[in-house]
Write a protein that binds this ligand. Structure first.
Ligand SMILES: NC(=O)c1ccc[n+]([C@@H]2O[C@H](COP(=O)([O-])OP(=O)(O)OC[C@H]3O[C@@H](n4cnc5c(N)ncnc54)[C@H](O)[C@@H]3O)[C@@H](O)[C@H]2O)c1
Length: 320
């Protein structure tokens, strides 16, 4: 398969690139390196270098359509995004420019290239707004009511995918991702609570827990998420599929698992709950099971161990 991965130098995108190259596919990466890094592609460049081309380009750039028309990818994995909820609140025009206008540019590139299918990284954590606890784990049939500009721009991208499927027969699967964690996640980012906790624990520093720590998230491991992307390259169509575990894990539980695996015990600092923070979240993955044959198989303990190993090796090479 000839694949093009937007956001391929990012946390999830680079893990997807590794998997595609390992399966013998050829991969074009488009990334403007705003939050991603070429370091994430170091392994891919050395081991699978022959099948990989990296294009340092903004998805909003008109050059993207020409590039895609030349490279003619059969499948486009669209992961490049402004992915920070707080940035979207502070700069909604910038957020929409990248996530809506940028996505349209990718879709026009796909049309120019004769691409058969787009697999899109949607956001399950924001798509359904603040669901009633009785609706957990959330199914795709729940109304889509995003409460942040980021959630709205991601939803708009899904609406355009539906529209382009009707208008231009461009097939798509939109994966509504839960809280993805794993090696390479940016510990300085907003959403990387697992990476942030892992780094602080390994430094012997206390972690900050907002509120009582009983708020829940659905933590899904990056390799499992990448598996869903690969499956969606050939299966399903015209669908939003939740990619989560269906399990709620509280922040306290997460911290306990990480501390136990790391073998450290540092009491957390508590700060008031941040305004607008979602209290409970989990996504029902049954539809992904039926249409993609997907299920999450990595336990939180195994995933936590992989993150701790990654952060430990990074800290060994970095000044404390
Ligand atoms: N990590 C999560 O928990 C999570 C949850 C739901 C959805 N998602 C979505 O998954 C995708 C990947 O997220 P991630 O966690 O790997 O984040 P990331 O920040 O590591 O990856 C995003 C990549 O897109 C690139 N990028 C940003 N703006 C660009 C632009 N204008 N042109 C070209 N490239 C650009 C960045 O440089 C980066 O490499 C995003 O679309 C995000 O919204 C992530």
């Amino acid at each position: 398969m000839r694949a093009l991965v937007t956001g391929g130098a990012g946390f999830i995108g680079s893990t997807l690139v590794d998997r595609l190259l390992a399966e013998g596919h050829s991969v074009d990466v488009v990334d403007n390196l705003s939050t991603g890094s070429l370091a994430n592609l170091a392994g891919a460049r050395s081991s699978g270098g022959r099948g990989l081309s990296v294009h340092s380009l903004d998805i909003r750039s008109p050059e993207l359509v020409d590039l895609m028309a030349r490279r003619r990818p059969e499948v486009v994995f669209h992961l490049a995004a402004q992915a920070d909820v707080r940035v979207s609140v502070a700069e909604p025009v910038f957020d929409a420019d990248v996530n809506v206008v940028g996505t349209l540019n990718v879709l026009d590139g796909a049309r120019a290239a004769g691409t058969g299918r787009v697999v899109f990284a949607a956001s399950g954590g924001t798509l359904y707004g603040e669901p009633d606890p009785s609706d957990l784990p959330v199914r795709e049939s729940l109304p889509h009511r995003p409460l942040s500009p980021y959630g709205v721009s991601k939803k708009a991208a899904v609406d355009y995918l539906v529209c382009y499927r009707e208008l231009h027969s461009l097939e798509f699967v939109a994966l509504a991702l839960a809280n993805v964690y794993g090696p390479r996640q940016d510990p300085h980012g907003e959403a990387g609570v697992v990476a942030i906790f892992a780094e602080r624990l390994l430094r012997g520093q206390p972690v900050t827990v907002f509120g009582d720590g009983e708020q829940t998230r659905d933590f899904v491991y990056v390799d499992d998420v990448v598996d869903a992307f690969v499956r969606a390259a050939t299966r399903g169509g015209g669908l939003v599929c939740n990619i989560g575990t269906g399990r709620e894990t509280s922040v306290n539980e997460l911290l306990a698992v990480l501390a136990a695996v790391a073998g450290v015990d540092v009491p957390p600092i508590h700060e008031p709950l941040r305004p607008g923070e979602l209290l409970r979240s989990s996504l029902d993955p049954a539809r992904a099971g039926i249409h993609l044959g997907w299920q999450p198989w990595t336990t939180l303990e195994d995933g936590a161990a992989a993150v701790l190993e990654f952060v430990r090796s990074r800290l060994d090479g970095a000044p404390a």
